[in-house]
Design a protein around this ligand. Sequence first.
Ligand SMILES: [Zn+2]
Length: 171
Amino acid sequence: MELRLANEESPQLRARCIVLSLFFVLYFKEIIRLGRRYPFPRPPNCLKEGCKSQRIWGHGYIEIYFEGYNTAITLRRYRCEDCGCVYTIRPFGYWPRHKVPIRIIFQRVCHRIKHGVWDKSNGLTRQRQGHWLRALKKNIMTYLGMNFDETIFEGFYELMYRVRIPVQRTG
Ligand SMILES: [Zn+2]
C-alpha cells in the first residue's frame, strides 16, 4: 500500500540524486526479528515524472532509531537504474527525520492548545513539543496564510495534504 511521496531533502544526497520516501505499513517487530530478510515492498516502477522505468534495484539499507524502540530499525532503499532516483521505504505514520509517530505529535500539540499545559508523559519534553508547536504556527501562517488560533486542525491536515511536514521548520 503506497500512501504518500515526500522529498527527504537530505543535503548530502540532494547534490547527486533525488531521494524520495515511500510510505508503507511496516511491522517493526518483524523488521527487528528478520532484519534485512524482511520482505520490504518494492516500487513497481520509478515514480519520477517522465521516467517510469521498471529497472528498480536494491540500493542498500539505512538504520534509523524510532521513539519507543531500543534498537535501530533497518529500512530498505531502492534505486532507479535509469534516472538515479533513490527510494527509501519508510513506515507509514512517521515523517522523515522524526522519531515520534505523527499521531503522537498531533495529540501533544492538541493537548497544549486545549489545556494550556504540556503533556510530558513518556519522556517528551516541553522544549521538544514547543518546537513542534512553533513550527506548526509558522507553517500555517507561511504556507496557508491562515490565522493559527482558529485553524489548528484544518492547518495541520492541510499542510499534510500539501506534502509538508506541519511541525518542521522549513526556513
Ligand atoms: Zn527513474
